[in-house]
Design a protein around this ligand. Structure first.
Ligand SMILES: C[S@@+](CC[C@H](N)C(=O)[O-])C[C@H]1O[C@@H](n2cnc3c(N)ncnc32)[C@H](O)[C@@H]1O
Length: 219
């Protein structure tokens, strides 16, 4: 998935990145290691400005319980975990031991072990096993796109009133505009965007940050 918002020129993108709080040395090391070890997967990592946004938003919302669907090598999880309120927790869902081994190492380096819990299983199983009560303050959905509607349907009822759900890659690199996409990932994103928009349990906005980020607030 692209890390660049289609329609924003490379120069303007450079400018907005340069005028946002910069990732620190640990996040830069993680990005560098991910690019070196997993060059063909590096695009899956969120953009640096998105990471800054995740930390900011988590701090603003005084988040005590967060859920991440799709952890990869840990960039977004670190950004969320750093913004948690004292005593706050982040539950990470992923299926890859290989990717999340890197994440675990960087959580330890950043002193986040007591705040982050990883469950290695299909995310829908992990989410279904959570208590039904609305206890989630913030979620970030960034895993397999064909699962987005299912993740949404597990997360929305478990989100407290005023809690926030963030969903990545809702532009599908601009391909959401295609009338009849052949790619099932694009079709899944289109279906998800319509599904979320029609959901009367939330209010939401689509932000043109990176590959498109939906920010929904539970009513
Ligand atoms: C786009 S990457 C996540 C990037 C991450 N948020 C970051 O900042 O680096 C998607 C992740 O979803 C995971 N994934 C794919 N299918 C999954 C599933 N069914 N359940 C849980 N995780 C899944 C992949 O293993 C991969 O690590």
């Amino acid at each position: 998935m692209s890390k660049f918002s289609p329609g924003i020129s490379p120069e303007l993108h450079e400018y907005l990145r340069a005028h946002s709080t910069q990732p620190d040395a640990l996040l830069r090391d993680l990005a560098e290691e991910t690019a070196r070890r997993l060059p063909e997967r590096f695009e899956m990592q969120i953009a640096p400005e998105q990471g800054t946004f995740l930390t900011l938003l988590t701090r603003l919302l005084d988040v005590r319980f967060a859920v991440e669907v799709g952890t990869f090598t840990g960039y977004s999880s670190i950004c969320i975990a750093r913004g948690l309120a004292p005593g706050g927790r982040l539950l990470c869902c992923d299926v890859s031991e290989e990717f999340t081994d890197v994440a675990r190492r960087f959580w330890s380096k950043d002193g986040l072990d007591d705040r982050v819990e990883l469950r290695l299983a299909p995310a829908v199983e992990t989410l279904r096993a959570l208590p039904a009560e609305p206890a989630i303050d913030l979620s970030f959905i960034d895993a397999d796109k064909t699962g987005y509607v299912a993740y949404w349907e597990e997360i929305v009822p478990r989100t407290r009133q005023g809690g926030v759900i963030l969903v990545d890659n809702v532009f599908s690199a601009g391909r959401v505009l295609q009338a009849e996409p052949e790619d099932e990932v694009v079709r899944a994103i289109q279906e998800f965007n319509e599904h979320a928009l029609a959901d009367s349990r939330v209010e939401l906005v689509v932000l043109p940050i990176a590959d498109g980020l939906t920010v929904a607030r539970k009513l």
